[in-house]
Design a protein around this ligand. Sequence first.
Ligand code: GLP
Length: 264
Amino acid sequence: MQVAVFDDVTEMGAVGARRIASLFTRRPRSVLGLATGSSPLPLYDAIVSEYQAGKVSFAQAQAFCLDEYVGLPADHPEGYLNFIRRVFTDRVDFAADAVHAPAGTSSNPIAAAAEYDAQIHAAGGVDLQVLGIGSDGHIGFNEPGGSLRSRTHWGHLTLQTRKDNARFFGGDVSSVPESCLTQGLGTIMDARELLMVVNGENKAEAVAQMVEGPVSAHWPATVIQAHENAVILLDEAAASKLKLRDFYQESWETFLQYQWSHGE
Ligand code: GLP
């Protein structure tokens, strides 16, 4: 795991965007995994800038969202497929049918979950997965207590997550769906590369647990410690509870110089 800390989220987004642009320039048919939430927005804005500057194209790419609410109407603006189209994929040149999310409107969410894993597999797997993290340590919508090896599944949301996400629903917790379809932790861990972006003090405890805590289903993001190619981009507030922050920063400089700069 590589951890980097930034003074501002614009710079953080730009660094992540350059990595994604580099991948899709080398291998235009790659598969991008997408996270919703507010944390990746500076990253998506920065990728749109790279696209507008002619530095990257997604015309041959495919994208898979991490998760989707169950129970929202298909045209609800906060449905994750609609959200990701609005904030990112419709602003670049993804083909409309190349952007996927679990079928949260399905009458059979269990079958829909299995179909989603099969779709990802058929596309060749996710090459680079963008991640955020919830204040309770969830990634995707994998809440505390789930299997560290789970596949895409139908899950229940914690009250904390529903409170956190109420801001997207006019502040009304009762309007936030209680369940979701989410890629499992096992599905996420199959991605060849993980790129997490996190900002804000309300994430500091979850970040400290993820990077320095024991691997535990209680903090689902800790599973990332076992991934061979995971990069975590943080702002100062999100990094504020890390004990080895200075070491990570030194290590990051070496990583940039010897790995990312060689396109690997
Ligand atoms: C949401 C999403 C996650 C996201 C997380 C953090 O509920 N399901 O994929 O990473 O919670 O969201 P935010 O970045 O808005 O804090």
